[in-house]
Design a protein around this ligand. Structure first.
Ligand SMILES: NC(=O)c1ccc[n+]([C@@H]2O[C@H](COP(=O)([O-])OP(=O)(O)OC[C@H]3O[C@@H](n4cnc5c(N)ncnc54)[C@H](OP(=O)(O)O)[C@@H]3O)[C@@H](O)[C@H]2O)c1
Length: 250
C-alpha cells in the first residue's frame, strides 16, 4: 500500500519504520522545512512530502500528531482525497497539554477529530505505547500477542487497518463505532495496559465513560511526580493498577 503519515514524533516514526519493513511505501510530513524533513524521512526509510502532497496518491493516511495540532492543518486538506482512502487517527487528548475542550464531555475524541477533518476515520494505535510497537511485536498466533483496539464506522476500512496491525506484529480487537471509541481513550482499562486479545475484549467492556477523565488525570499526575522518568514497565503497571482500583470505587 501507499501510506502517508502526518507527524514524525515517536509514534509516527516507529509506525513509518514498521510499515516500510512490512513492504509498504511510506511518505511522511511534519512542520519542518524540506531539508530537515528530508533528513528525518531518509532516517526512517521513507520519502519526504509537503502536507499537501502527503495526502495525494495514497491508499491510507495516518495522522499521528498532538491532539491540539489538528486545528493547525490546512483547511480542506482532505477535500480532493477519494472516499476509499483510509484515514487513521492515533491521537489522545489530555487537558493539561491540549487545553480544556468542553465538547469532549459529549463526544469521543476521534469523533471530534473526524468532524474537524470532515472525514470518517479509524481510531487505532492510540492505546499502545511506542515502546511496545518497537519491541513487543510477535508473529500471528503466538501466545500472549498484544492486542490493539480499533474503532470506526467503515467495516472495510477497519478490516484493512487490522491487516496492517497484524503485519507489524499485533492483534486487534474491534471496539465498535467511532462514537464508542471512548472505550479505548485514556483512563480506560484498554489504554496502554498490554493485554492479549481475550483480555482486551473484557477490558473494553469494563470501560466507564464517567470515570475515565478522573482516572486519566490521576494516572498522568502519578506518572508526572514519580522519581525520574517512569520506565515503560512502570507506565504499564500504573495504568493497570490505578484503572483497576479506581473502577472498583463507587
Ligand atoms: N508516543 C506514544 O507512545 C503514543 C502512543 C499512543 C498514542 N500517542 C498519540 O499519538 C499522537 C502522536 O504522538 P507522538 O508521541 O508521536 O508525538 P507528538 O509529539 O504528539 O507529535 C509530534 C509530531 O506531530 C507533528 N505535527 C504537529 N503539528 C503538525 C502539523 N500541523 N502538520 C504536520 N505535522 C505536525 C510534529 O512535527 P514537528 O516534528 O515538525 O514538530 C511531530 O512530528 C499524539 O496524539 C499522542 O498522544 C502517542
Amino acid at each position: 500500500m501507499n501510506i502517508g503519515i502526518v507527524g514524525t514524533g515517536p509514534l509516527g516514526s516507529i509506525l513509518a519504520e514498521k510499515l516500510i519493513k512490512a513492504g509498504h511505501r511510506v511518505k511522511v510530513t511534519n512542520t519542518r522545512a524540506m531539508p530537515e524533513l528530508e533528513k528525518i524521512a531518509a532516517g526512517l526509510g521513507a520519502t519526504a512530502a509537503t502536507i499537501q502532497d502527503v495526502v495525494k496518491g495514497v491508499d491510507a493516511i495516518l495522522f499521528s500528531m498532538p491532539f491540539n495540532a489538528y486545528k493547525s492543518l490546512p483547511q480542506d486538506l482532505l477535500k480532493e482525497v477519494p472516499q476509499d482512502v483510509i484515514i487513521m487517527d492515533t491521537s489522545n487528548y489530555t487537558p493539561l497539554r491540549d487545553g480544556e475542550i468542553s465538547e469532549l464531555e459529549h463526544i469521543s475524541e476521534s469523533v471530534y477529530i473526524s468532524e474537524m477533518l470532515g472525514r470518517p476515520l479509524v481510531k487505532v494505535f492510540n492505546d499502545v505505547l511506542e515502546y511496545s510497537l518497537k519491541n513487543k511485536g510477535k508473529a500471528s498466533g503466538t501466545a500472549d500477542r498484544i492486542a490493539i483496539s480499533i474503532a470506526g464506522d467503515n467495516q472495510e476500512h477497519k478490516k484493512v487497518v487490522s491487516q496492517l496491525v497484524d503485519q507489524i506484529g499485533f492483534d486487534t480487537v474491534d471496539s465498535g463505532s467511532l462514537a464508542e471509541s471512548w472505550r479505548q481513550q485514556l483512563g480506560t482499562p484498554a489504554f496502554c495496559t498490554e493485554l492479549n486479545k481475550g483480555e482486551l475484549k473484557q477490558a473494553l467492556l469494563k470501560a466507564n465513560r464517567e470515570k475515565a477523565p478522573a482516572i486519566r488525570d490521576f494516572i498522568l499526575n502519578k506518572l508526572r511526580y514519580m522519581d525520574g522518568h517512569p520506565s515503560y514497565e512502570e507506565i504499564i503497571a500504573v495504568n493497570r493498577s490505578v484503572t483497576s482500583e479506581m473502577l472498583q470505587q463507587i
